[in-house]
Structures are given as C-alpha cells and as structure tokens.
Design a protein. Structure first.
Lengths: 114, 115
C-alpha cells in the first residue's frame, strides 16, 4: 500500500530553534508539494518540486524557510529560526504529473513553537 | 487570480440522509480540474472525487457525486446515504491547468453526520 510518509508526526520546540520536517513521497511520483494548514489561513501551498527541481516556492517565507529534495525519496522543509506563528500542521503531498493530477497527502507534522 | 469559495463553514446531516456541499470558483480559464478532498479527524487528506472541466458529464464515485455547472462556476458535492464515517472537513480545490499541478483550496466545510 503506497503512501506518503512524514516525520516527525508531532514536534514541540522553542522559539529560535531549527525545525526539520521530512517527507518520503510515493515511489515513482515526480512532483512533491509542501502545504501549511492553520485555522486562520487554511491550506497554503508553500513550495513544490518537479523531478527534484523547485518549481515554485513563492508561498514560503524565504528568510526562515527552506525546502529541498536531496534525492527522489526524500523532501525536507526546514525552519530556522522558528517562531510561534509557525505553529501549524505541515503536509507533504506527492503526485505524478501528466496523469490524473491527484495529489496524495501524507499524515502531516503538527508543529508547535513555544 | 483564481479563488475558491465554500460558503458553508459547518453542516450537519442525519445518518442515511443526503447532503450537498457547495463550492464556487472564479477563473477565466477554460480548461481546468476540480476536486473534493475529505479530511477526517485523523487529519489525512483523501481525494473524494475529481472533475475535468472539459467533461460535461458529472463525476460519480459510489455515494458521492458532483453537480458541475461550468457557466455558473459551481461545483457542489452530494453525499447520498450519509454514514458516520463521512464526518470530516471537506475541501474543494481548483487546478488551473494540467501543466501547473497547483491546487487552490477553499476554506472547507465541516460536516457532521448525526446518528
């Protein structure tokens, strides 16, 4: 049963600390997305990659957030330094562009910055 | 810019009844995709149904069907024979054109199915 995995599922940290969230997309998928979900803003697209190359990161605060795909099986989202307003659920999704355009979501990482 | 509006923040329905969730969108594009995703309390986002704008026939998946009105830019989701497991947040999503693969999500409708 292929699925997107994310680690950690929960993270509590203090303001100013670095946070790294990891995502393993479904094997064979060529597109990876990072979303942030909050009560106030809903689901926001932060960045997405096609064949490991960043296509759009306009939704991401550049001064503190960074997203990478070191290889086809791993995507990372880093926040440094973290702030309380970064508290949210972060979702990774993957898909295969050129087919039905469904995005397959991971279970999310709930981040709390104190 | 494209926008997606879900005007019903919360809804409830009795088990076995039918409920319709509304979604409207704004776009000048002619070719696009629309989706409904479900997010139960587990937080896992699950695709419920998709509709390609070029198809006139409304999509159907078991108890879930859509009423796609392209001219009115409306894309409502009908859930028939509601079940307790349908309790979730439902998000409508718009994808501008196949090349981008970017979704614009609505704010969601929280649906509660009552026993």
């Amino acid at each position: 049963d292929a699925r997107v995995t994310q680690t950690p599922r929960h993270k509590v940290t203090e303001m100013g600390q670095e946070v790294t969230m990891r995502c393993q997309p479904i094997l064979g998928h060529n597109t990876v997305f990072w979303y942030r979900q909050t009560m106030m803003q809903g689901l926001e697209l932060l960045a997405y990659f096609r064949n490991r190359a960043p296509l759009d990161d306009s939704g991401m605060p550049k001064d503190r957030f960074s997203a990478e795909m070191p290889d086809a099986t791993l995507a990372t989202l880093k926040i440094q330094p973290s702030e309380p307003r970064d508290s949210a659920v972060y979702f990774c999704a993957s898909g295969l562009a050129g087919l039905v355009y469904e995005q397959f979501f991971g279970p999310g990482t709930r981040l709390t910055v104190l | 810019a494209q926008t997606v509006t879900q005007s019903q923040p919360e809804m409830s329905v009795q088990e076995a009844e039918t409920v319709t969730l509304s979604c409207t969108y704004d776009t000048s594009e002619n070719n696009y995709y629309l989706f409904w995703y479900k997010q139960p309390p587990s937080r896992q986002m699950i695709l419920v149904i998709r509709q390609e704008a070029y198809k006139q026939q409304n999509a159907t998946e078991n108890r879930f069907s859509v009423n796609f009105q392209k001219a009115a830019k409306s894309f409502s989701l009908k859930i028939s024979d509601s079940q307790l497991g349908d309790t979730a947040m439902y998000f409508c999503a718009f994808m501008k054109s196949p090349g981008t693969y970017k979704y614009i999500f609505g704010t969601g409708t929280r649906l509660k199915v009552l026993a």
